[in-house]
Design a protein around this ligand. Structure first.
Ligand code: ADP
Ligand code: MG
Length: 202
């Protein structure tokens, strides 16, 4: 028990965001307003400052992490990432299992879709997370590590697949056809989140 695993997950993700903040902001400069890296870095610094040991379990910690992102990150990504983590935390299994973690991650994606109304193909983080969870479920019978590894690989493929797409949601959609040719910043950061999960949660 305790929130060690979720704490390790958030610490790993915070480090990835920090190390790649300039790259994320550069992607957002091309098809948005050049703040995705700085937005996420500010939020994840606040999450990393939470002490996982103060929380009874991973679910409670992840809910607080989500609330922290909502209150510290402006723009689209704060509420979307915040909703994801609050929903994942709310659905976190009492006993870790591949199936239980899959259910929790799925609840998170559903929260993003409810909140942002994006569909696959709209050039958002949903284009990376959706195939990631399909791959997770397909591999869940082989255990949590196999499922998370499969999810991370599919997430990266979904991220790469956003490059040619024309954005239909978020700021990038204001550019119309000119949004094609740049990888989506949110799909890029969310792949770091799932890759961090594969390093920490099994
Ligand atoms: P903002 O666009 O408000 O400046 P960010 O730059 O932090 O916010 O985040 C942009 C990212 O948010 C996009 O790359 C995209 O992946 C994601 N995004 C934007 N709108 C939506 C939406 N409606 N549904 C899902 N993801 C979205
Ligand atoms: Mg932006």
């Amino acid at each position: 028990m305790g929130a060690d695993k979720a704490g390790a997950w958030m610490a790993d993700f915070a480090a990835q965001i920090h190390d790649n903040a300039d790259m994320l902001t550069d992607l957002d400069r091309q098809i948005g307003d050049a703040d995705h890296g700085s937005n996420m870095d500010r939020g994840m610094k606040a999450v990393a400052a939470l002490a996982a040991a103060d929380f009874p379990d991973s679910g409670a910690f992840l809910k607080k992490a989500g609330m922290t992102l909502v209150s510290t990150v402006g723009g689209a990504s704060g509420p979307l990432y915040g909703t994801f983590l609050m929903r994942v935390g709310g659905a976190w299994p009492v006993e870790d299992s591949a199936e239980g973690i899959g259910v929790a991650l799925r609840a998170g994606l559903e929260g993003i879709i409810q909140r942002g109304k994006a569909e696959v193909g709209d050039k958002t983080m949903v284009d990376a997370l959706t195939p990631a969870l399909v791959a997770y479920d397909a591999a869940a019978g082989e255990g949590t590590q196999a499922a998370l590894d499969a999810a991370a690989k599919a997430c990266a493929e979904g991220r790469d697949g956003t490059t040619p797409l024309v954005a239909r949601k978020g700021r990038a959609s204001y550019l119309g056809e000119r949004s094609a040719g740049t990888q989506d910043p949110g799909a890029t950061s969310v792949t770091m989140l799932i890759e961090a999960a594969a390093r920490t949660l099994a």
